[in-house]
Design a protein around this ligand. Structure first.
Ligand SMILES: Nc1ncnc2c1ncn2[C@@H]1O[C@H](COP(=O)(O)OP(=O)(O)O)[C@@H](O)[C@H]1O
Ligand SMILES: Cc1ncc(COP(=O)(O)O)c(C=O)c1O
Ligand SMILES: [Mg+2]
Length: 290
C-alpha cells in the first residue's frame, strides 16, 4: 500500500472562517495528505474584516515544536513544509532553520513558500519586515514559490507590461533557487476581463491556465492559501507539477462555485469537500514560452 505523505503546514489559523491553515488544512487532508498544522498566529478571523483579536506565536515556539516532533522520532517522516502568512520576520527565520533541520534528516523533503505580503487596499495586513524577509531570505530556500501578482511585482521590483512580461518576471525567480514558480493570480495590461489566470513556470517548461472569473459582492479570502496547499498536496501524492497545477485550478474553482452558490463571504470548504477531492470541471494549461 502506498504511504500517506506528511506535510508540515506553517501559517495562520483563524477561529472563525477560512484563511491560512484554516483554509488549507482540511482540503489537503481531504485529498489524502497527513497535515501537521503549526499556527503562526491565532486570530479570531482574517484581517480583511478590519479588526480581529488574537496573538502571534512566539518565534522560539517554532523550533521548539519541531524539536518536539524530532524527539518522538517522527521528524524524518516529514515530506514537505509549507509556509504562508507570517506574524513576524523572526518567525520566518525560525521556519528556514526548521526547513534546513528537516532537509538534513530527509533530503527529499520539499519546501513551498507562499510569500504572503499583504494587500493594504484589500485589508490584508502583513508587517513590512515580513515582506523584506520573504524577498531577501525565503525565496532562495524554497523549492516552490507561489506569489500572486502583487508579490511577483515586489520580487521583480516592477509591474508587468504583458503576459510574456509576467512569464519573464517569474522565470527570473527560478534563478534564485526554486524549482517552480506558481503565479496564483495574474494581472497585466491587456488581460481579458472575464478570466482568472495563473502561470506555472519551471526549468522544464511553462504553462498558462485560464478559468472563468466569478462575480462576488466581496472577494473571498483564503483562495491563495487553498491554492498553494492543494498544489503541494497533489505533488506529494505523485502528480507531475503540470497535473498538480491543473488539478488545483479545478478544485479551487469548485470551491468558488459552491461559495458563490451559497452567497457566502467565507469559503464553503465543507460543502465543497467532494468537489475538492473529485473536481467535475477540468482546465487545461497551455504551454507558453518566451
Ligand atoms: N475564479 C475566480 N473568480 C473570481 N475571483 C477569484 C477567482 N479565483 C480567485 N479569485 C479571487 O481573486 C483574488 C486573488 O487574490 P490575490 O491577493 O491576488 O491572491 P492570493 O489569494 O493568492 O493572495 C482573491 O480575492 C480571490 O477571492
Ligand atoms: C490571517 C490571514 N491569513 C492569511 C491570509 C491570506 O489569505 P489569501 O489566501 O487570500 O492570500 C489573510 C488575508 O487577509 C489573513 O488575514
Ligand atoms: Mg495570498
Amino acid at each position: 500500500m502506498k504511504r500517506t505523505p506528511h506535510l508540515l503546514a506553517i501559517q495562520s489559523h483563524v477561529v472563525f472562517g477560512h484563511a491560512g491553515n484554516s483554509a488549507a488544512v482540511f482540503p489537503m487532508q481531504r485529498v489524502g495528505v497527513n497535515v501537521w498544522p503549526l499556527n503562526t498566529v491565532q486570530f479570531s478571523n482574517h484581517t480583511q474584516y478590519g479588526h480581529w483579536a488574537g496573538e502571534v506565536l512566539a518565534p522560539q515556539q517554532i523550533p521548539a515544536l519541531i524539536e518536539g516532533i524530532a524527539a518522538i522520532g517522527e521528524l524524518g517522516n516529514c515530506d514537505a513544509i509549507l509556509s504562508g502568512y507570517l506574524g513576524s520576520a523572526d518567525q520566518g527565520r525560525a521556519i528556514l532553520t526548521g526547513v534546513a533541520r528537516i532537509k538534513a534528516i530527509n533530503p527529499k523533503a520539499l519546501y513551498l513558500c507562499d510569500p504572503v505580503m499583504g494587500h493594504p487596499e484589500k485589508g490584508c495586513i502583513v508587517p513590512q519586515e515580513v515582506s523584506d524577509f520573504l524577498l531577501d531570505e525565503a525565496a532562495a530556500m524554497a523549492d516552490f514559490l507561489c506569489p500572486n501578482q502583487l508579490e511577483l511585482d515586489s520580487f521583480a521590483g516592477r509591474k508587468p507590461q504583458s503576459l510574456f512580461d509576467c512569464l519573464a518576471m517569474a522565470k527570473a525567480l527560478l534563478v534564485r533557487g526554486p524549482k517552480a514558480v506558481l503565479v496564483k493570480h495574474l494581472d497585466y495590461p491587456g488581460k481579458l476581463p472575464d478570466g482568472f489566470e495563473m502561470l506555472l513556470v519551471t526549468n522544464e517548461g511553462s504553462w498558462h491556465l485560464r478559468r472563468p472569473l466569478l462575480a462576488f459582492p466581496r472577494q473571498p479570502v483564503g483562495v491563495g492559501d487553498l491554492t498553494s496547499g492543494l498544489f503541494l498536496a497533489r505533488v506529494l501524492l505523485g502528480d507531475s507539477l503540470l497535473a498538480a497545477f491543473e488539478f488545483t485550478a479545478a478544485a479551487v474553482h469548485e470551491v468558488l462555485l459552491e461559495t458563490q452558490a451559497c452567497a457566502s463571504y467565507e469559503l464553503e470548504l465543507v460543502r465543497a469537500q467532494d468537489r475538492i477531492a473529485h473536481p467535475r470541471v477540468r482546465f487545461e494549461a497551455t504551454p507558453i514560452g518566451l
